[in-house]
Design a protein around this ligand. Structure first.
Ligand SMILES: Cc1cc2nc3c(=O)[nH]c(=O)nc-3n(C[C@H](O)[C@H](O)[C@H](O)COP(=O)(O)OP(=O)(O)OC[C@H]3O[C@@H](n4cnc5c(N)ncnc54)[C@H](O)[C@@H]3O)c2cc1C
Length: 504
């Protein structure tokens, strides 16, 4: 194939519009037309309100200003995620998974060292929250924007209204020159060679293209339905397959973190936007009915007697066997989904599209690099999945069968088995992560935070004091350093107000 004349993106959720913007930036001025068709009737999934710092990289790349998009999408800053109630070990009932902060660089070393000492049975503090500036900021509802003279950067992600972000990206893509069409795709046509040739809309229009992007959500109309690419389920190691969603009002001080609270049969998110808090309970329908999940979420959010309507969703968890097949790639829910515990879906969308652009171009717009691309994307899914699975495996709740089954689930990848083995055998986890070359999914700090955060330490019954040679770092000094750094950060609500993104 030579350079395509026309790329057609089918589906206008966040994934479709992210793909449209990235491709438009890269290819419109090289004579490739880009169109997106979306159904006016089906709508988007309308959840997915938390991100990693990668979303900032995406918005910076396409040239969008925070002062513009954040206010329009009721967005807030996010410095990380608190996991509450996943562990029943005293002192480890909650922990915070921070996004990276330059000021923490020295503290990373002390944290990893303390984890090692603690795994060896020494009585040192190894709870992650003691070591990281973002944990301190989040606990005090401070935002990530530092005073001008503070020399270190705090990386951050966002919380946002997914419907509004989709609309914002749609308008932005249209301003770049993406052709926006509305219509219900009722048929997908192939040419005699088996490649996709056109989609047919319910009003009779036929849209032809040389290359297609399937962003039709869980339907996966092009790759899974038409081209029959198999779907590999992650159901045997990620049990959750449903969610129920309910909004609550926002208070004056807005959190700068997502809170993920363990529930009886899953976990609930608390995502702060400027105008409301998004709440959702992600659960396994094998252990809990939709009604019971809704009641439990209403109890948690104080909405038991409220007539605020709940939305129920089903989730298909797993990934396609090939994300690029023939002349089509899948992006977003159509390519697969890992449950939203670490809010990674849009991160994967961006990685997928950028990797495709690189591989398509370097292969002279032929399928030459298709296998490499598919391998990269599949490995990313597996890398992220293993980290999420580890949350469940490391839980120490005993109150329901759901948590007990998760704690003894043996359907773990070899990679995760080796990581857990290294940790429990008091080995060098950083070296094991390097050996497996998986730090670009989750780095050594993230893995240490997860395992130490849940108090997964062997031989904790009789911790012994450190000797002179084994002495750890002085935690009082680390506390003081973090406290002094934090003086350079205002309240999150103030930072949003300064940006013009305060509560509507
Ligand atoms: C419970 C839950 C929580 C989540 N939380 C997060 C999170 O915190 N962070 C995160 O990054 N992600 C999260 N996600 C994932 C996130 O919601 C999605 O990755 C994101 O919204 C992108 O969705 P999409 O664009 O792939 O699909 P959709 O939003 O479903 O869009 C599909 C599009 O295809 C169109 N379409 C479908 N069929 C046709 C047709 N026949 N003809 C024309 N158009 C059609 C639809 O109209 C729509 O425009 C979550 C998902 C779930 C289920």
């Amino acid at each position: 194939m030579t350079k395509p004349d026309h790329i057609l993106i089918v589906g206008g959720g966040t994934a479709g519009w992210m793909a449209a913007n990235l491709m438009a930036r890269q290819w419109l001025d090289r004579g490739i037309r880009i169109s997106l068709v979306e159904s006016p009737d089906i709508g988007i999934i309308g959840v997915g309100e938390g991100s990693t710092p990668q979303l900032k990289a995406f918005l910076d790349k396409i040239g969008v200003e925070e002062s513009d998009w954040m206010a329009k999408c009721n967005a807030t800053y996010k410095v990380g995620i608190s996991f509450v109630g996943w562990s029943s070990k005293p002192g480890f009932e909650r922990y915070f998974h921070p996004f990276p902060a330059q000021a923490d660089r020295e503290n990373y070393r002390s944290f990893v060292y303390h984890c090692l000492l603690r795994r060896q049975g020494l009585d040192v503090g190894a709870h992650p929250d003691r070591f990281f500036l973002p944990a301190y900021l989040a606990a005090r509802q401070l935002g990530p924007q530092a005073a001008e003279n503070f020399p270190f950067e705090v990386l951050y992600g966002y919380h946002f209204d997914s419907q509004l972000l989709g609309e914002y990206l749609r308008d932005y893509a249209a301003s770049l020159g993406v052709n926006h069409l509305q219509g219900n795709v009722v048929e997908v046509r192939q040419n005699s060679a088996g490649d996709l040739a056109a989609v047919v809309l319910d009003d009779g229009r036929t849209l032809e293209a040389d290359f297609f992007v399937d962003s039709t959500g869980f339907r996966s109309m092009l790759l899974q339905q038409k081209l029959e690419v198999p779907f590999d389920s992650f159901g045997n190691n990620l049990f959750n397959d449903a969610a129920v969603v309910l909004p609550t009002p926002q208070s004056k001080e807005i959190n700068s973190q997502t809170i993920s609270t363990a529930m009886k049969h899953g976990w609930a998110w608390d995502i702060p936007l400027t105008n409301r808090v998004g709440n959702g309970y992600v659960y396994s329908s094998s252990y809990c009915s939709a009604d019971d999940a809704e009641t439990e979420l209403r109890e948690k959010t104080g909405l038991l007697d409220s007539d605020v309507e709940a939305r129920h969703l089903k989730m298909k968890v797993g990934q396609l066997a090939r994300h690029w097949h023939r002349n089509c790639i899948a992006v977003g829910l159509s390519q697969g989904f890992i449950e939203p515990l670490e809010a990674t879906a849009l991160h994967i969308v961006q990685e997928t599209v950028e990797s495709f652009i690189r591989n398509f171009e370097s292969g002279d717009f032929t399928p030459r690099n298709q296998d490499r691309f598919n391998q990269l994307v599949r490995q990313r899914f597996e890398g992220v999945r293993d980290y999420i699975v580890c949350h469940y495996r490391a839980n120490s709740r005993t109150d329901t069968e759901y948590w007990r089954d998760n704690a003894v689930n043996e359907n773990l990848s070899d990679s995760l088995k080796d990581l857990l083995g290294t940790w429990l055998e008091k080995g060098d986890l950083t070296e094991e992560i390097r050996r497996q070359d998986i730090a670009h999914y989750y780095n050594t700090i993230s893995w240490h935070c997860l395992l130490a955060g849940y108090g997964v330490f062997p031989d904790q019954q009789s911790l012994r004091p450190t000797t002179e040679q084994e002495r750890g770092y002085d935690l009082a000094k680390i506390d003081e350093f973090i406290r002094r750094c934090a003086l350079n950060f205002d309240k999150h609500s103030t930072q949003l107000a300064n940006l013009g993104a305060s509560a509507a």
